[in-house]
Design a protein around this ligand. Structure first.
Ligand code: AMP
Length: 484
């Protein structure tokens, strides 16, 4: 979920989220499995989290603001008994950061209760919501996921099953969604027909597990079965699972390339591609494209490290862990104001000064968004006595907004929109700066036969939102979203 219907301030950021679900054969406790799964997905969202379980058809849930370890304790987990459960972590935003927007959303309607956990951003949620409101619908949250919940509940009144209602809903909604829908006796997992957001399925004995990333399956001891296919719907209950693939028309496969660059954990595999290998490969490409004489290669923890290892391997320059990260601070990017972001970069990262003093350093980060981090890193290395600082970025310049749920601010705030690469280098104080070429993205994922969305780098979005993006581009990205 990432769309908020109020508080469209310039500072508002979109969200990344993580989902985890389980139908247990009795060998795993659903609430505890969800808890472990959410811990493994915590990097995808640190604002709020929740678990909903179904016990013999009765759905109960607990959700709150905060980290998974803060929101849940043994007492709460013990009270969430049942045979199945779905759960969610939500990424922080400046607006809409309230408990009512936490997930899973649990809705009671005439056919019973459903719970929904959603990762992604719908591109036509406002349209649908307005239409529904004009016909008397009342919404309790400001998020697009409630639109999904409402459409499923409404479709269910006419359909024979929840899965049919999910299919009906998928015919109406557009954009990015990896969904877990729990009705009292089954869990339905669905991935949008483009496959923007990851979703996979695993098992442990006859227990079925769904997760945004394969590392969350590992965390609860489940074995990876496969990725849920774009446009696929998997229905799981205590007797097993089956899959349906309704015809949604020809759709370009479009996994978000930024999952490999930044979002996902290095130990995850997404659509058959190792996130770690993709990041290392980006580093190798950077070493070939932007070689330099240097004494050491350093990665900005955490997401720059794998690329730094790749750069070191390819260039023969030794890798050095010369920056230490305080692991107890959330991702800097999610801090709501520029001032807080500046402050937190300092608290979060600290160089090992005697390693750096007098050295020529190649430093690698995964991306430059507003330019805050690159500026701080270069200053930090200079203050630690680095003789030369060569910045390498394992993604192309961010130039366009994302309509599918990636947290990218308005174009005005994207430093690469208003500055040339040379200007960014000068502003950051680096001796040289090199970005991963857009044309290398396919090589980064090992030429895997998966289509990916690179709209944030190229402005070219999958066909289905052409009319929206054209307008959005002219208006400067997020303005489009506000207009909706
Ligand atoms: P900035 O400091 O604004 O240039 O942002 C760049 C830093 O934010 C990099 O170090 C990234 O690791 C991190 N980052 C990039 N994109 C995102 C995102 N969508 N959400 C959270 N953090 C991000």
């Amino acid at each position: 979920m990432s769309y908020s219907f109020d508080n469209y301030s310039k500072e508002e950021l979109h969200e990344e989220c993580g989902v985890f679900g389980i139908v247990s054969d009795g060998s795993m406790d659903p609430a505890y499995a969800c808890y472990n799964g959410l811990l493994a997905l915590q990097h995808r969202g640190q604002e709020s989290c929740g678990i909903a379980v179904s016990d013999e058809g009765v759905i109960d849930y607990h959700k709150n603001m905060g980290l998974v370890s803060e929101v849940f304790n043994n007492e709460i987990l013990d009270s969430l008994t049942g045979q199945m459960g779905i759960s969610h972590v939500r990424y922080s935003t400046a607006g809409g950061s309230v408990l009512e927007n936490a997930q899973p959303l649990v809705m009671r309607y005439v056919k019973g209760t459903i719970a929904v956990a959603h990762n992604g951003n719908l591109t036509n949620a406002v349209e649908i919501r307005r239409e529904l409101e004009q016909r008397g619908a009342i919404f309790q949250t400001t998020i697009d996921s409630e639109v999904i919940c409402y459409l499923i509940a409404r479709a269910r009144l006419k359909c024979h099953s929840v899965e049919e209602a999910v299919v009906e809903t998928m015919r109406k909604i557009k954009g990015a969604y990896s969904l877990l829908v729990m009705s009292p006796r089954k869990i339905i997992a669905a991935r949008d027909p483009h496959g923007f957001k990851p979703l996979c399925i695993g098992k442990y004995n006859n227990t079925i597990v769904f997760a945004s990333e394969s590392s969350a399956l590992d965390a609860c001891g489940a074995e990876f079965i496969r990725d849920v296919e774009p446009g696929e719907i998997i229905i799981a209950n205590v007797d097993g699972y089956h899959s349906i693939k309704p015809d949604f028309g020809e759709k370009e496969r479009s996994i978000c390339i930024f999952e490999y660059i930044y979002f996902a954990r290095s130990d995850s595999f997404i659509d058959g591609v190792s996130v770690y290998e993709a990041r290392k490969q980006a580093g190798r490409i950077l070493a070939r494209e932007f070689p330099v004489d240097a004494d050491m290669v350093v990665g900005v923890p955490e997401s720059g490290i794998d690329a730094a290892i790749g750069y070191a391997e390819e260039s023969g320059i030794p890798y050095e862990k010369a920056i230490v990260k305080n692991g107890y601070i959330g991702r800097t990017f999610i801090q709501p104001t520029q001032k807080e972001r500046m402050k937190n970069v300092r608290i979060k990262l600290n160089p090992i000064a005697d390693k750096i003093k007098g050295k020529r350093v190649v430093i690698i980060d995964d991306s430059i968004v507003r330019g805050t981090t690159v500026d701080r890193i270069v200053t930090m290395l200079r203050e630690a006595g680095a003789k030369e600082v060569h910045m390498r970025i394992s993604s192309p310049p961010f130039l366009w907004p994302c309509y599918y749920g990636t947290d990218i601010p308005s174009r005005g705030e994207l430093i690469a929109c208003n500055h040339s690469i040379e200007e960014i280098r000068q502003l950051s104080g680096a001796d040289s700066l090199g970005y991963l070429p857009v044309g290398s993205l396919h090589e980064m994922i090992g030429y895997a036969p998966v289509g990916f969305c690179h709209g944030c780098f190229t402005g070219k979005y999958p066909a289905s939102i052409t009319n929206i993006t054209l307008e959005g581009k002219e208006r400067g990205g997020m303005d489009f979203v506000k207009k909706c």
